[in-house]
Write a protein that binds this ligand. Sequence first.
Ligand code: CAA
Length: 261
Amino acid sequence: MAYSYVKYSVDDDKIAIVTINRPDAMNAFNSDVVGELQDCFDGIRENDSVRAVIVTGAGEKAFVAGADIKEMTDLNSVEAREFALRGQKLTNSIQYLGKPVVAAVNGYALGGGCELALACHIRYASANAIFGQPEVGLGIIPGWGGTQRLARLVGPSRATELIISGNRIDAAAAKNIGLVNDIFGQDELLDETKSFLKTVLKQGPRAVQLSLEAINRGMDVPLAEGLSLEADLFGVAFSTQDSREGTQAFIQKRKPDFSGE
Ligand code: CAA
């Protein structure tokens, strides 16, 4: 996959690194960036040689500083709605990818950049990372899931505070409200993120996939329905070869050799 604004590589551990690469504009999302990222994630979904994904930004200043304001300024109402739906399709593709996706937030994550990070399953940040939904300062609102995912992640009160003020918060404040899981030095961020994913990749692959599905789908339904979904997927887990291998390996006091079946 060769792109103009997205760097893509897969390491020996089958971890893909997707880097938004438009550093001259703080990695802002113009239409080409959105199209390339969508294509990249569509490819990853179908690619069995990728088991997990890290999303990050090129350079040391920005993860993504949001939608390209210069491109957005002339949109009419219909085009703006289409733009929001395009971004929501992309962020949904990430959330429901079926493989773990971690945002390695290496600088500014503003507007659509914060929303991209929110769609990932976990967020790690470098110490210089800055988060915010500054849209109200532009006279618009978040359109790529910010009003919905931020409220679900940090609660409606914290989300409202951030969204209606447009305030930016640093990595420590973001960790404090649960927006990021952990903070690392800029130089360690990718290695620490990979190290976490290597632990994930030692687990039963089908079980990891089913866990992501239970959490993602469960967040959108009432508790009783979520528990019912969990019981169903618990049942599905017992139909996998991985469940037999994992339990037998424990009993036989050996390491499991999961096939992902
Ligand atoms: N769109 C277009 N260009 C952008 C951009 C954006 N979102 N963010 C930065 N850039 C460009 C700047 O225009 C500048 O380009 P020039 O050199 O050609 O002038 C270049 O990137 C460097 O930026 P700055 O000079 O501003 O760098 P800085 O270090 O002084 O500030 C910043 C960095 C705080 C990130 C600042 O650039 C900024 O506030 N950017 C806009 C952030 C923003 O409002 N994002 C929300 C967009 S709306 C949205 O995302 C809607 C949605 O829900 C999808």
